[in-house]
Design a protein around this ligand. Structure first.
Ligand SMILES: Nc1ncnc2c1ncn2[C@@H]1O[C@H](COP(=O)(O)OP(=O)(O)O)[C@@H](O)[C@H]1O
Ligand SMILES: [Mg+2]
Ligand SMILES: [Zn+2]
Length: 321
């Protein structure tokens, strides 16, 4: 069976027409790129290293498509409209990282209605996988929108090595910055990250983005993936609460998150019981739908198995009393 390289719709070779439009504003794009990773000269580094996967991965900033092909090179003065990530350069099952990020983003969007960056799975000319995302910090007229990540929004301090001291902040600290609607979205994203085994949702993986009215609101989600496929890291990246639930445990013990914790955070955010119940309902009974998407994804069989194990374990834990 063939699945759309964007939305994973069945019986689609390459991209379905709505993905072509939404991702590329085109009617035909070849998911097989005509260049290799090496052709991308404008790689950027400097994203936070420090723990787990962040910053290890290099990324390329590429321009719009010409004809049916994406081009690795930006023309003079051209803005980059896409970010492309190759497979991980180390860790377990590194060649599954593009498919992992792709399916996780699609699950967030399609099953839970989380606003996500538009993204797809592609292949370099030599057949190795790539993850491609359309930049949300440029509007349709290719004008740059202001974006500020939470390391900057929350003024996280840096240590002597110039790395952010993420652990000095908690998810509860987002309270003072997010609008009422964003708070509901944020709780959903945290539950989603827990379920999908994302131990890497640190301050730089959340941003505020300028809206057409000029306010700063939570941006579409990005960098969602099951990090447990590649590394052993903590269940969630930051502590939920200011009183640090994880550091209060005896050394070596892992805090066991359940729905009550996310509800407690929601209460501290001032979200009504009615809305919190609605969030819980949105996650109840979704395990099979998630499994279906994982099975349709571009992950290897071994990575699918690990992903399914992650969510089985986390669903049980989330809905335990
Ligand atoms: N679709 C996107 N549009 C705009 N900016 C993005 C998008 N995806 C990622 N970014 C920005 O690029 C940075 C690096 O991307 P990310 O996916 O987090 O890569 P990494 O795996 O290296 O952390 C992010 O912190 C975010 O600021
Ligand atoms: Mg990131
Ligand atoms: Zn599609």
């Amino acid at each position: 069976m063939d699945y759309c390289f964007g939305c994973l719709k069945e019986n689609v070779k390459e991209f379905c027409s709505s993905c072509e439009k939404r991702l590329f504003d085109r009617s035909k794009i070849n998911p097989q790129l005509n260049f290799n990773w090496e052709a991308i000269s404008k790689v950027i580094d400097g994203y936070p290293a420090g723990f787990s996967i962040s910053g290890v991965q290099t990324k390329g900033f590429i321009g719009k498509a010409t004809g049916t092909e994406l081009s690795p090179i930006l023309a003079d003065g051209e803005s980059s409209m896409y970010i492309i990530k190759p497979l991980l350069s180390r860790f377990d099952l590194p060649s599954d990282s593009p498919a992992n990020e792709h399916v996780t983003m699609q699950i967030a969007k399609q099953i839970y209605g989380i606003r996500t960056a538009e993204c797809c799975f592609m292949k370099f000319a030599n057949g190795t996988p790539a993850y491609v995302t359309r930049r949300f910090d440029y509007n349709k007229d290719e004008e740059k929108l202001n974006q500020e990540d939470f390391a900057s929004v929350l003024q996280a301090k840096k240590d002597n090595g110039g790395r952010y001291k993420y652990l000095a902040k908690t998810y509860e600290d987002f309270k003072d910055v997010l609008s009422a609607l964003n708070k509901v979205q944020f709780i959903k994203i945290l539950i989603f990250n827990f379920l999908t085994g994302n131990g890497d949702a640190h301050l730089k993986n959340f941003s505020l983005l300028e809206t057409p009215d000029g306010d700063m609101q939570l941006s579409p989600s990005y960098d969602l993936m099951n990090t447990k496929i590649h590394v052993k890291n903590s269940p969630i990246a930051l502590n939920l609460f200011r009183e640090l639930e994880r550091t209060s445990l005896p050394r070596g013990q892992v805090y066991s998150y359940a729905m009550k914790d996310f509800i407690e955070l929601g209460k501290r955010f001032g979200i009504s019981d009615r809305l919190l119940n609605k969030i819980v309902k949105e996650f109840e009974g979704t395990e099979d739908k998630m499994k279906e998407m994982i099975n349709k994804s571009f992950l290897s069989d071994e990575a699918k198995k690990k992903y399914l194990e992650t969510i089985e374990k986390n669903f049980l834990q989330l809905f335990s009393k």
